[in-house]
Design a protein around this ligand. Sequence first.
Ligand code: CS2
Length: 478
Amino acid sequence: MHPPTGIVHIGLSNFHRAHQAVHTAAALAAEPGPWGVLGVAPRSTAVADALVAQDLRYTVVEISPDGERASVPAVHTGALVAARDPEPVLAALAAPDTRIVSLTVTEGGYTIDPRTGGIDLDDPGVRADLAGASGTAIGLVARGLLRRARGHGAPVTVLSCDNLLANGEVTQRLVRGFAAALPAAERDDLLGWLDAGAVTFPNSMVDRIVPATTDATRAAAARLTGVPDAVPVPAEPFSMWVLQDAFAAGRPAWEAPGDRGRVPGAVFTDDVAGYELLKLRLLNGTHSLLAYLGALAGEDLIADSAARPSIRAAAARVLHDDYRPTVRVPDGVDVDDYAARLFTRWSNVALGHRTRQVGSDGSLKLAQRIPGPAAEHLASGTMPHHLALTVAGWLACVAPPAGFDPGPHAAAMAEPARDRLAATAAGPADGHVRAGLDLLGGDPGGGFAARTAELLDVLVRHGVDAAAAEAAGERRAA
Ligand code: CS2
């Protein structure tokens, strides 16, 4: 039996299916309630259709160096595609029984204008949504909220579960920015209702490494469960969720551990920001360095990248020298233990997490990972060499200077700014680096751009080991 739908979740990605769905299954096992999840894929039909065809069940294949285990988080009550069926999606967002609208749409799904941090009113999807369509995540949420405002007015929580700093605050700002750009009557109804406090936007920190599904995942799922599954999800054993307890209309008992203690309960705290910075910088920031340097060194997998001595050393330096001094460690967290566990997690070779996956959408991801800590170091007069190396690695991968071949793993990285950067890659290095930094929110000054250009030059001319040595201040072999 499905529980009744209480959550409409936008983004049927592997991440949602191995994280929020698993924690929700644990919560429901501990405390039954009306918290079934209606999954909404913004555009892609593949996962939604496959889920419907298999009664909304799928397998999470947990992969550790010791082996694999399967679980089936049976929490979904439906799977829709917003681009194909906008009306039922809007109806679900507006249904009085819907008490949480959650999102995992990746950094790129928020239609943020990098120059202002607000909604990107030039984005064609946003423009279409303002004119009455509903194709972007923020447009969908805003139109669903507008219906609620004009209908029963029942409170609801909008819960971002993406790797954005202060993701709840950002989502609120974007929804309000969208609302402010609507025609006057709609604008006033929606903003008036939001001002009345009927909607909360808690911040949350999400953490689980979840690769893309492959044929090996499908084979493992079938072997472990005896049931064929077209859309199983591979995941590492680790999972963590930290949330601000600000829910306008209740929530599942996500603090409950599940699967006989294997799934830790979510942490509810007022200090989500501390956990976010710790995770976005130490994990995600270092992950980006592992992805770009690894791809350039010819590595398909993050684990193989982390096993290369020069890259491992660079990862340790970026983590300890550049990121760690910029985070305020939350009470009760042992940061040395946290960092050591990160290296263990990255070394999970059986997981098959690919450099191209982490390296994709770098212009959007690095905007969350680089400018803040870089500015802090530069303001106090220190050069964060390994942040510069990360940016140089990104540019070498997705916008290689003329004559440099970054290899197949870099070529396979998705990058929305590829064309724009390709235009500057042919020119002088300083202009190229500046164009890259502009996409990340601007040149932080203090010589960071020049250092990035130097490291890019060493990467391209002498390779990864030499660039890592250069960043570490060691002399480069001739
Ligand atoms: C990764 C994240 O692809 C990436 O950018 O850094 O997806 C990372 O695996 C997760 O945030 C782990 O929680």
